[in-house]
Design a protein around this ligand. Structure first.
Ligand SMILES: Cc1ncc(COP(=O)(O)O)c(C=O)c1O
Length: 367
């Protein structure tokens, strides 16, 4: 509108002071070369389930109508899928929205929320948005949560704890027994959010058994998403499984229509097409093994990933590898000075990443 900052100085509403501390959400580095391999956002590889396509196109015809209040079909489908009661489930436009609503429901101004770091970069943003202060506990050397230190960081002022498994961006996963022991140490007045966005890719022997954990801990809320293994990131659909009392509280702040009618039918169809999810997971796991082997052969540091991305803690070299990937048409996510995260699943990724890694190592050998 042509306003300069100077022209409006002192003439605008004043935002909450806490917002000044909110960091910006990062994005893939800009590149002159068009992106042909998207490895920056932990999405599923291309290709939509036919069942989802048909369901969405059908529902599109009545997109002039509001969704049914409470999305009962979706609630029924999710509850059946989880072996849960409908009163234990709430859906919204992505699991990140649900995290925001959960924190808004339980955090009091100035209270603290404990999370691991580095973990999902949105956590400090959500915590501050809810008016709370993040207490970020450094990961262990292998990129895993330091659950002892996280439990010790809980104080009288703590209203919530966020646990992410597998952890974004390090890929480290927590065993069921470790989470169960952790939950036993957390006071029941503290909400524990277990973010399982990537749990489908965790092929370890001791994947968290959320139903068991939920049965023992009414203060636990498990977040899941259709953005990753179900390949529906663009439709925005996530859900929380938790005690009905938490769902009742959450519904006070949820908008009346938190899920679009298209996302709702897509999710129901996606639950019916588990073979599509299994194909996505299989593609990722095969590529994860190939990338792991390639990196190990070259002696490049990387964590053991149980997710749909790999994390290379390359410190100052991270930006350089990000640039080499971008020059080859591959987007990645660089956390400058720390590491680079490469999302898995896209065709051709292994060859492009290998070329970039070899260029990085070749440059190091020359210099
Ligand atoms: C750990 C984690 N949780 C939640 C989300 C958000 O998922 P959704 O698309 O369901 O909002 C992401 C997205 O990248 C994530 O990495």
């Amino acid at each position: 509108m042509g306003w300069s900052n100077d022209a409006v100085a002192g003439r605008m509403p004043v935002p909450r002071a806490a917002l000044a501390a909110i960091p910006a959400y990062s994005s893939a580095p800009a590149s002159e070369v068009p992106v042909v391999v998207r490895a920056s956002s932990n999405e599923a590889p291309d290709g939509l389930s036919d069942l989802v396509r048909i369901a969405v196109l059908e529902r599109l015809e009545t997109a002039n109508r509001y969704p049914v209040l409470g999305a009962p079909d979706l609630a029924r489908a999710l509850a059946a899928h989880l072996g849960a009661d409908e009163t234990e489930v709430a859906a919204a436009d992505g699991s990140l929205s649900l995290l925001n609503y959960l924190l808004l429901s339980y955090c009091t101004p100035g209270s603290t929320v404990v999370a691991a770091w580095r973990s999902y970069e949105a956590y400090p943003i959500c915590i501050r948005t809810a008016g709370a202060e993040p207490v970020l506990v450094p990961n262990t050397a292998d990129g895993g949560h330091d659950l002892d230190a996280m439990a010790a960081a809980v104080t009288d002022s703590t209203t919530a704890v966020i646990v992410c498994t597998p952890n974004n961006p390090t890929g480290a996963a927590l065993a069921h027994s470790a989470i169960a022991a952790f939950l036993a140490r957390i006071p029941e007045r503290v909400l524990v959010v277990l973010d399982e966005a990537y749990v489908d890719f965790d092929d370890s022997d001791d994947v968290p058994r959320s139903r068991e954990l939920l049965a023992a801990h009414p203060n636990l809320a498990v977040l899941r998403t259709f953005s990753k293994a179900y390949g529906l990131a663009g439709l925005r659909m996530g859900y929380v499984v938790t005690h009905p009392e938490v769902v009742r509280t959450l519904r006070k702040v949820l908008p009346p229509f938190p899920v679009s009618s298209l996302a709702a039918v897509a999710a129901i169809a996606a639950l019916d097409d588990q073979s599509h999810r299994e194909r996505i997971v299989q593609t990722v796991i095969e590529q994860r093994e190939a990338v792991g082997r390639m990196l190990a052969e070259r002696g490049l540091p990387h964590t053991r990933s149980r997710s749909n991305f790999v994390w290379l803690p390359l410190g100052e070299r991270s930006t350089q590898l990000g640039r080499l990937c971008a020059e080859r048409g591959m987007s990645t996510r660089v956390f400058a000075g720390e590491g680079i995260r490469v999302s898995l699943g896209e065709p051709g990724l292994v060859a492009v990443l290998t070329g970039a890694v070899d260029a990085l190592l070749g440059a190091a050998a020359i210099s």
